[in-house]
Design a protein around this ligand. Structure first.
Ligand SMILES: [Zn+2]
Length: 336
C-alpha cells in the first residue's frame, strides 16, 4: 500500500481525511480540526485544550494541564496509556512517548491510507521517572527533531545523573546551597528522584514544582522533597539543595553561598554563562537515538518537526534514502 496520508501544517499538524480532519498539538486555539489530539502537558503543546474540536489525550495530560495552567478541560476523551479508540474508519492508539508523565505518541490507522505515527516530544530511552517510548512501525512518521542536528549527541543519562548528584552533594557538603534551575514539569521531578536515589538528598522545591510532584506521586512515582515556604527559605541560608523553575526566575535567594546550575537539553546547544554549571539533561532524545528510531519503524515517508527539522530531514533523505521533509522548524521547545 502506498502511504497516502494528507499531512499539512497550519498552526497545527493537520491530517485531512474525506470525512473528518484531525489536528495534532495545535500551537493556537484556532488551529483545530474536528478532533484535536494533545500529546502532553508542556506549554507549547496545550493550546488545543482551548480549541473547539473534540479533544483526545491521556488523563494525566489533562490533569497536569489543569494543575500547571489552571485550565479547564471540556469536551475531551481522556484515556489511560496505552489506549485505543475508533472514529469511523480511523483508529487512534495512544502509546508511551517517554518524555514526561502522561506523554503520548499517536498511531493512526486507516484501511485506505495505512499507518501514520506522530511521536510528539520523544524520549526513546525513557528516564528514572518515565518508561521508554514504544517503537511504532508505520508507513508515515512525523518525528520530533528538537535535537535532531547530526552533530548533537547527549551524554549517557546515567552519567549525567551521577554528575548532577555529585555536584549537588559537593556543594551541600561544603555548606553551600545548590540551586538547580529546571522545567517545573518533568525535569524537576527527574531531578528530585536523582537526588533521592543517588545521594539521599531530599531537596527543597518551589511550590510550582511541588504541585506537579503531587500528580507524579499519585501516578506512583515516589518523590521525597520539602515544599518551599518562608521557613524553608530561611533554612536554605545554611545550605542545602533547592530546585526552582527556569522561568520565571524566582526572586533572589538569600543563601549564604549559592551555586547555580541549569538543567536543560539546550545546554548542549547554547552557552549558559549566568550559571556555575550547565547539565544537558533532556526530556528529548538526540540525533543518534532519533535516527535509530526512524530506522526501526520502517516508514516510507518521514516528516520532521522542531528546532532542527531541516537538518534532520536532509540527513534522512541523503543518508537513509527515505523520502523526508520538514513540517515546521525552529519551534523552540523550552521544556528541553
Ligand atoms: Zn515537551
Amino acid at each position: 500500500m502506498d502511504p497516502t496520508w494528507t499531512v499539512q501544517w497550519f498552526k497545527s499538524i493537520l491530517i485531512l481525511l474525506d470525512d473528518l480532519s484531525v489536528s495534532i498539538d495545535p500551537s493556537s486555539s484556532i488551529g483545530g480540526g474536528d478532533y484535536v489530539l494533545i500529546s502532553h502537558a508542556h506549554g507549547d503543546h496545550v493550546a488545543g485544550f482551548r480549541s473547539k474540536g473534540s479533544k483526545i489525550c491521556s488523563s494525566l495530560t489533562a490533569e497536569l494541564y489543569s494543575v500547571c495552567y489552571g485550565g479547564r478541560v471540556n469536551e475531551a476523551t481522556l484515556l489511560h496509556l496505552p489506549a485505543a479508540l475508533k472514529l469511523d474508519s480511523l483508529s487512534i492508539e495512544l502509546k508511551e512517548a517517554g518524555h514526561i508523565l502522561g506523554s503520548a505518541q499517536f498511531l493512526l490507522s486507516h484501511p485506505e491510507h495505512g499507518v501514520l505515527v506522530y511521536t510528539g516530544d520523544l524520549n526513546v530511552e525513557g528516564s528514572i521517572v518515565t518508561s521508554p517510548a514504544d517503537v511504532l512501525n508505520c508507513d508515515v512518521l512525523i518525528v520530533d527533531a528538537t535535537f535532531g542536528h547530526p552533530h548533537l549527541k547527549f551524554p549517557p543519562r546515567e552519567r549525567l545523573y551521577e554528575s548532577i548528584a555529585t555536584w549537588t552533594q559537593s556543594v551541600v557538603n561544603a555548606g553551600g546551597t545548590a540551586v538547580l534551575y529546571a522545567h517545573p514539569l518533568g525535569k524537576a521531578q527527574e531531578l528530585v528522584k536523582v537526588l533521592n536515589q543517588y545521594v539521599d538528598i531530599e531537596p527543597a522545591v518551589h511550590p510550582k514544582i511541588a504541585k506537579v510532584n503531587e500528580v507524579y506521586a499519585k501516578a506512583g512515582v515516589k518523590l521525597r522533597y520539602i515544599e518551599e515556604d518562608r521557613e524553608v527559605r530561611e533554612a536554605l541560608r545554611g545550605g542545602g539543595a533547592y530546585i526552582v523553575p527556569l522561568r520565571p526566575r524566582p526572586s533572589k535567594l538569600e543563601a549564604a553561598n549559592p551555586y547555580k546550575a541549569v538543567v536543560t537539553g539546550w545546554a548542549a546547544v547554547f552557552e549558559y554563562n549566568a550559571f556555575d554549571k550547565a547539565f544537558p539533561l533532556s526530556g528529548h532524545s538526540s540525533f543518534p537515538t532519533l535516527i535509530e528510531y526512524v530506522k526501526q519503524v520502517g516508514a516510507r515517508r518521514v516528516y520532521t518537526l522542531g528546532y532542527y527539522a531541516e537538518e534532520m530531514a536532509n540527513w534522512i533523505r541523503k543518508r537513509l534514502r527515505i523520502e523526508a521533509c520538514s513540517l515546521a522548524s525552529r519551534l523552540i521547545n523550552r521544556a528541553g
